[in-house]
Ligand binder design. Structure first.
Ligand SMILES: Nc1ncnc2c1ncn2[C@@H]1O[C@H](COP(=O)(O)OP(=O)(O)O)[C@@H](O)[C@H]1O
Ligand SMILES: [Mg+2]
Length: 234
């Protein structure tokens, strides 16, 4: 059974459709990356999967259950967790308070989860009493991902987790994505950093103008001339 299956999804804002009949799937254990030009509708697609933008047509199935248009808080409880690209931490709350905000679980379980997050991101443990807003961009991204991990997700949705970070933090965050996935968490992420992201992924999708353009194993995408020209710098 697929972890996530999106079939013919159409979504947009007001009278305008942005995502036009997109289909994709994520299998257990996979890292799947969506690439595509700015404005292609990648974020709208992810928000629509997560119930933040109502789907107009199509279906979203999560671990065999139809969750089309279901509310984000209900999806989180079912194990689908989303890390948006921007404004993904509460800046005035401490690191630890941010993590606590992610846990709709009993306190004893939250402590176990928090210890796991600190093990994955040691700098967060040191800064646990620091307001998240004063951390570097890379460390804020750790907080945002850490908060999602507090729910022990069955699927993690990441919108451009390396955007705006230094090259060193970009590498680190992608390494952590691999580490999270190795602990049996399937991941669907959007990335501008196409080459590095595809290199750590099992499969990828290319989205242009709100539509499926190409998809396949990452090795095939990385050697595809069209993908190379559009996204990988020739
Ligand atoms: N909240 C919104 N209201 C109206 N239009 C939006 C909104 N968010 C995004 N858009 C439009 O949807 C299109 C796709 O945006 P987006 O999904 O963010 O693309 P991507 O993530 O691929 O860069 C863009 O034309 C953008 O201007
Ligand atoms: Mg986007």
């Amino acid at each position: 059974m697929a972890t996530l299956a999106v079939r013919d999804l159409t979504a947009g804002y007001r009278e305008l459709d942005i995502v036009h009949g997109v289909s994709l799937h994520v299998e257990p254990g996979e890292i799947v990356t969506i690439i595509g030009p700015n404005g292609a509708g990648k974020s709208t697609l992810l928000r629509s999967i997560f119930g933040l933008v109502p789907p107009r047509r199509g279906a979203v199935t999560f671990m065999g259950e139809d969750v089309t248009g279901e509310r984000p808080d209900r999806l989180v409880r079912k194990g689908m967790c989303f890390v948006p690209q921007n404004c993904n931490v509460f800046p005035r709350l401490t690191v630890e308070e941010n993590l606590e905000m992610g846990a709709f679980v009993p306190p004893s379980e939250a402590r176990v989860r928090m210890a796991a997050v600190y093990e994955l991101f040691p700098p967060l443990k040191e800064k646990r009493r620091t307001p998240a807003g004063v951390l570097s961009g890379g460390q804020q991204q750790m907080v945002a991902i850490g908060r999602a991990l507090m729910m022990d997700p069955k699927l993690l949705l990441l919108d451009e987790p390396t955007a705006g970070l230094s090259p060193a933090y970009q590498r680190l965050i992608l390494e952590k994505v691999v580490e999270i996935n190795a602990a049996d968490v399937p991941i669907l992420m959007i990335e501008q950093n196409a080459k590095a992201a595809l290199a750590i992924s099992h499969r990828g999708y290319v989205l242009t103008m709100g539509r499926n353009r190409l998809d396949g194993r990452t090795a095939d995408l990385l050697s595809d001339p069209e993908v190379g020209q559009l996204f990988l710098g020739g």
